[in-house]
Write a protein that binds this ligand. Structure first.
Ligand code: 3MF
Ligand code: MG
Length: 345
């Protein structure tokens, strides 16, 4: 498959059972080992992990056990010709994290978050990936008065500092999201994420991951969020997907809601040589209606849409674009882009 120099990844959570807040699973669980066989078959090179995707039940394991299991997984990835793109701590399911992890008002919860993050870093090191991702999940509130929002930023910076000191070779990419599961999150946009990194002991090792749907939920354009990260040389990963309006996080197949918005993301990534900088992750979920046995199509479709849009970006007539811009004829530019996307001349 022609991938135009890009490496592609997804996480095991992107093959899932289809449960939602109002209904149970609609597809059987696929064992992790079976999921691993999907990657190469569909042309993907890299796996994104939560810490407990890599080492299940890690809260009940010793550091030695965790490292041993992660090393065994590294061997299986090698055998399958795969690499780990990143590891992320799952800090939103344990009873102690009910009111947040790093920003919880409860010092016991904050200690748990620190220890769990260190275990996550041990796993990242055993899997030999230099990148970890922080999606802050419950680091926010339902009530503004329930937590101190100034202190929360300091607590987040302290948590980052602890990870940066514990693992001196690791880079951290913050994946912002404005809401869900919390009403309001403390680090809602790429600007906030870049600024938080700057507050740490090692800003050069702090970057960002843009998820398309999260930008749309924030009322922002995903391509501009990527552009902001690129301008600071901080865009280290992306979660491409799509999102119909500012509703719940839908993780729709890339380009399936707004093809032009998808094209604009590919354009900014490709024009800025993202293929030399990071892996393209697809954080997409199958529609709940999808039957077992055909529940990989969201990955295939997202992959193909991404690659076709790379082709569309590279074949765009840049002289014609320039002429429209020079003439300030944006109506003509609008038409040019739509005709190009529809492959009409
Ligand atoms: C939530 C997400 C997460 C993160 C993942 C890795 C479950 O909206 O997008 O996916 O991407 O936790 O950090
Ligand atoms: Mg994501």
């Amino acid at each position: 498959m022609e991938t135009f120099g890009y490496r592609l990844s997804f996480g095991p959570w992107n093959i899932h059972e289809g449960a939602d807040p109002f209904g149970p699973p609609v597809r059987p669980t696929i064992p992790f080992d079976d999921k691993l066989t999907v990657y190469k078959r569909l042309g993907f090179d890299a796996v994104q992990f939560h810490d407990d995707d890599a080492v299940p039940d890690l809260d009940n394991k010793t550091p030695d056990q965790i490292t041993e299991e992660a090393r065994a997984l590294k061997q299986r990835l090698d055998d399958a010709g795969l690499v780990a793109e990143f590891v992320a701590p799952r800090l939103w399911e344990h009873p102690l994290t009910v009111d947040g992890a790093y920003t919880s008002n409860d010092p016991k919860a904050r200690a748990y978050a620190r220890d769990r993050s260190r275990k996550m870093l041990d796993i990242a090191q055993a899997l030999e990936t230099g990148l970890v991702v922080l999606w802050f999940a419950r680091e926010g509130t339902y009530l503004r008065e329930a937590k101190d929002a100034v202190r929360a930023v300091d607590l987040l910076a302290e948590a980052l500092d602890d990870m940066l000191a514990y693992a001196p070779d690791i880079r951290i990419a913050i994946e912002p999201k404005p809401n869900e599961p919390m009403d309001l999150a403390y680090i809602p946009t790429i600007g906030h994420a870049v600024a938080l990194g700057a507050k740490t002991r090692a800003p050069e090792r702090c970057g960002v991951l843009v998820e398309s749907a999260h930008a749309v939920l924030a009322g922002l354009d995903p391509a501009d969020e990527m552009a902001f990260g690129l301008a600071y040389d901080k865009l280290w990963s992306v979660h491409l997907n799509d999102q119909n309006g500012p509703k719940y996080d839908q993780d729709r197949a890339f380009g399936s809601v707004n093809l032009r918005r998808a094209f604009d993301q590919v354009l900014v990534l490709d024009d800025n040589k993202f293929y030399e900088k990071g892996v393209v992750g697809l954080d997409v979920k199958a529609l709940r209606t999808q039957k077992p046995g055909v529940a990989e199509k969201h990955l295939i479709n997202s992959r193909d849409t991404f690659l076709w849009l790379v082709e569309r970006a590279r074949s765009l007539d840049r002289d014609a674009v320039r002429q429209c811009i020079d003439a300030r004829d944006y109506e003509a530019l609008d038409r040019l882009i739509l005709m190009h996307l529809m492959a009409r001349t």
